[in-house]
Each structure stands twice: as C-alpha cells, then as structure tokens.
Design a protein around this ligand. Structure first.
Ligand code: NAP
Ligand code: MG
Length: 501
C-alpha cells in the first residue's frame, strides 16, 4: 500500500512533464535554443496549446552535430562492448514500457490519435523495436572471404570484413507515429554504434522529448543522442546539409525527401528515405468478405488515414464491388470521432490545420471532378481538425484523389474485371510502399504478390508491423529498408581487411 501511495498517477505524470521546460538535448544537457525562441505545440482536438517548445535552428543543429561528432570520435560510447550497448537499448525499452501510459497520453494529446490505440500499438511497438535492436548489437558480423587474386598466383591472403558504424547520423521524422518513428530511427543507429541528432516533427515534439529524458536516465553517454526540436525548413534542412553528418535518415513526404537528397549531396552523406505512398488494396471476388471488408476499412482508416502505407486505392472485382463498397461505407459510418482521450473514441482529429486543409482540399478536388462520396466527404464541426471517414466512387485513374497521397481518412474505390487489369492499375503509380490482397486462392495471392511493385504485400491482412519485418518503398516511396536485419545495412559501413600471409 505504501508503494501505491507514492505512485504518481499517469495524468499527474503527464501534467508534470507538460509543465517542465521543453528544451533541446545537446551533449547530455537540456539547453535553450541559441535564438531563445520557442514555438507552440497544439492539441489538435481542441486547438489549445499544450506546451511551448525550444525552436532549434541551424545554430543549434551545428552544436548538436558537434556534440554527436565528439561522442562518436572520443567519448566512452566507442569503448562500450556491443553487449553493453545492447543492454542500454534494452534498458531504454524497459523505461518506455514502465511509462507506457504517459507516452500513450502524450501521443494522444499531441497527435490526436486515440490514447487506447497508442497504448496497444504505438508504444508497445516502440518497446519491441528497441528490444529487437538491442539483440542485434551483439550480432553485427563481417565475413571471412577466400580470395584468389589472379595476378598474384601462389600468394596467400587472409581477408575479412568488419561492419563499422557509419558515424554521426541525422534523423528527421514525421508526426503520424511520433514515438514509434523515433524508435525506428534510434534503435538500429544505436545498435550499430552510431551517434545521432534527431529532429522530431514540429507538430508532435513531446514524446521525443520525454524519450530524451529516459535516454538520459538509461545512462547513454552524453552526446550519443541529441534531440533538436524546430522547423523542417530551418533545423531539418541544416541537419540534412551539415558537412559533419555522415548519414541522414528521413521519414516524411516524397517532396521533402527530394530536398533532403539535394541537401545531402554537399558532402555525399549516405541517405535513406521512407516516403509517401498510394497503396492499392485488392479485394478478389473469392475473398472471405467478412474478413476483407473490415480489413479494407482498417487499411485506410487506421490512424485517421495518416499512414504512409494506407490502403487508399481500393480495387474490387466487379461481382462483389457493390457489396464491398457498402460494407466499407457502413464501417466508416460507425466510426466514432472524438478526442483521443475519450475511451469511446475510435478516430481522433487530423494532426493540424494544414493537414485539415490538405485533406478537405483533396475532397473538394475529387468532388469537383465527379467523384461521389458514398459516405463522408466533409469536415466535422468547427473546433478541432476532424474529418469524416470517406469512401469515394465514380473515380477515374487520372483524378488527383486517385494519383496523389491524401494522408487522411479517404479511400477511392474502383471496380476491376480481372487480375491482369488489377495488376496494371495497382502498379500505375509513382509510389511503391505497400499493397494488400484479399483472396482464398493461394496461387492467385502469391502470383499477384510477385507482380506488385511494393515494399510490403499483405495477404488477407493489412497494417501488420513487426520489428523483424523489413519495411520500405519501391519507386518514389523511398530508399532502403527499416526494421529487420536489413536496416543494419543503413547504419554500418563495410571495411574489407586483407592480410598477406
Ligand atoms: P514532411 O512535411 O515531409 O515532414 C517530415 C519531416 O521533415 C518533419 O520533421 C519536417 O519538419 C521535416 N522537414 C520539412 N521540410 C524539411 C526540409 N526542407 N528539410 C529537412 N526537413 C524538413 O512530411 P509530413 O507531412 O510531416 O508527414 C507525412 C508524410 O510522411 C507522408 O507523405 C507520409 O507518407 C510520409 N511517411 C512515410 C513513412 C514511411 O515509413 N514511408 C512513415 C510515415 C510518414 P517539420 O514538421 O518541423 O516541418
Ligand atoms: Mg501537437
């Protein structure tokens, strides 16, 4: 009972965090921005300010990069054994798990998503990712390689490879899964022995700052993780361009991804990009519709459609088109919108007024071009950035709502006659992040999966994520894969060592 009495309730913990000053984490210390400026982060359900946050810009990025460089070259971090590195990452996972309620509430307040969803998805996935990557720290191995050297007959060599950390890494993340995106980025970088400057999205800086506190508590050496909150055009651009950064890892829009690539060219830093998508979700006539219909609804409405892999183009075989559209629309109608903190809420607001304008702008464009909403199509209320879950039909392949990423709760549904047609239509996009297939025909499922140009194909499921499963895009959806062992390639350099015997 005594222990219970001293426990701080999650709500009190959250208000204590909100009341603490929100500074930048540089070299193990919390510091104000050089300019002294701050910016407000809002609750998108109420449009009220949650906290003022330090507004880092190029000067702060420079300080943070120098601190990460020092920690990489001279600090205790490089002297830790892989096992010690792994233990620190595992400890961070434990600390995040211990504070799961607080993180779920912060994600809900800052991003708008239902707290209950953050508590079962965002936060546990972040914990699991850190644990998975903690395990990799001791398993990053090179090879021994038998070499022949044709111009040196008779000579003998012992050749091997080392996998070394790529160095100082700049990481720039979006607002849709703030904590999880920070984990996807930090976990592998730390497992590989890199040091990091992380720039969270301006809309959702809070969970990264709380994570920074736990990084300090876990005992990571100073300067290994630096966190600079601020705007993309200033702090983000400076990080992507900085000559002392060896690699930049970015998740966000394809448009900004291209800017990152240009900025990185100055010192030819390595680049990995997780970008946008317009993912096809294909329902075949032979699918189990009792599973496929809610699956198709979840594929697009999860996280309010603010998922890079949202199944936002729904292709349905003609015979079952009306039934599937009606079913998905019924689901859409039943989704309860509200504040993320209300336990009955199933969908919160979009993250910001810009996002509201973007999504409603797409809706207007679709309607003006002749698309018809079976359900939804409008903003809800005038306070908070709520939009109705929307199903559009009567769409044409060249409409903006079919070609461009809306990043909101909007699906375009199109009938298809056969598998050849669907394969061509599904691949008719500049993106290639994910795809879904619903069918009971095993051969059809696998042959279609092979034809789709996408980094992930889900069959009879959607939005299944795991730390062990690589994720990333074909075409303009990005470069490189996050998670799984593939991500370790992004944070290591291979050194070939050759010894004459
Ligand atoms: P965004 O505008 O590209 O922003 C993403 C991040 O980049 C933010 O931290 C942003 O900072 C920063 N940024 C903006 N301009 C920059 C610049 N010129 N130089 C450097 N950094 C800059 O994307 P968003 O609208 O926030 O996020 C939605 C997009 O992310 C969607 O396209 C979605 O598909 C994509 N996404 C992809 C994945 C994936 O894994 N493939 C995952 C999630 C999201 P500020 O926010 O402070 O401006
Ligand atoms: Mg916010």
């Amino acid at each position: 009972m005594a222990a219970a009495a001293t426990q701080v309730s999650p709500t009190a913990q959250v208000s204590q965090f909100l009341n603490r000053p929100k500074k930048l984490l540089i070299g193990g210390k919390w510091v104000e921005a050089v300019s002294g400026k701050t910016f407000a982060t809002l609750n998108p359900a109420t449009e009220e300010t949650l906290a003022e946050v330090a507004e880092g810009d190029a000067a702060d990025i420079d300080k943070a990069v120098k601190s990460a460089r020092m920690a990489f070259e001279d600090g205790p971090w490089r002297r830790l054994t892989p096992s010690e590195r792994g233990k620190l990452i595992w400890k961070l996972a434990d600390l995040v798990e211990k504070n799961l309620d607080e993180f779920a509430t912060l994600e809900s307040l800052d991003n708008g998503k239902p707290r209950l969803i953050a508590a079962v998805a965002d936060v546990p996935l972040a914990v699991d990712l850190f644990r998975y990557m903690a395990g990799w720290a001791t398993k990053i191995e090179g090879n021994t390689i038998p070499i022949s050297v044709p111009y040196a007959p008779g000579s003998r060599y012992f050749a091997y490879t080392l996998r070394e950390p790529v160095g100082v890494v700049g990481q720039i993340i979006p607002w849709n899964f703030p904590l999880l995106m920070a984990a996807w980025k930090l976990g592998p970088a730390l497992a590989c022995g890199c040091t990091v400057v992380l720039k969270p999205a301006e809309q959702t800086p809070l969970s990264a700052l709380r994570l920074g506190e736990l990084i300090c508590e876990a005992g990571f050496p100073d300067g290994v993780v630096n966190i600079v909150t601020g705007y993309g055009e200033t702090a983000g651009a400076a990080l992507a361009a900085h000559s002392q950064v060896d690699k930049v890892a970015f998740t966000g829009s394809t448009e900004v991804g291209k800017l990152i690539l240009k900025a990185a060219a100055g010192n030819l830093k390595k680049v990995s990009l997780e970008l946008g998508g317009k993912s096809p979700n294909i329902v075949c006539a032979d699918a189990d519709l009792e599973v496929a219909i809610p699956g198709a609804a979840n594929a697009v409405f999860f996280n309010h459609g603010q998922c890079c892999c949202a199944g936002s183009r729904l292709y349905v075989e003609k015979q079952v088109f009306d039934k599937v559209v009606e079913g998905v629309s019924e689901h859409a109608k039943r989704i309860k919108l509200g504040s993320g903190l209300d336990p009955s809420t199933e969908m919160g607001p979009l993250v910001s007024s810009e996002q509201l304008e973007r999504v409603t702008g797409y809706l207007e464009s679709g309607l003006s071009q002749g698309a018809k909403p079976v359900v939804g199509g409008k903003r809800v209320g005038s306070k908070g950035y709520f939009v109705e879950p929307t199903v559009l039909v009567d769409v044409k392949p060249d409409m903006k709502v079919v070609r461009e990423e809306i990043f909101g709760p909007v699906v375009v549904a199109m009938p298809v006659s056969d598998m050849n047609e669907v394969q061509t239509a599904a691949n008719d996009t500049s993106y290639g992040l994910a795809a879904g297939i619903w069918t009971n025909d095993i051969a059809k499922a696998h042959s279609l999966a092979a034809q789709l140009r996408a980094g992930t194909v889900w069959i009879n499921c959607y939005n299944v994520f795991d730390a062990a499963l690589p994720f990333g895009g074909y075409k303009e959806s990005g470069w490189g894969r996050e998670m799984g062992h593939e991500v370790l390639e992004l944070y290591t350099e291979t050194k070939a060592v050759c010894v004459k015997l």
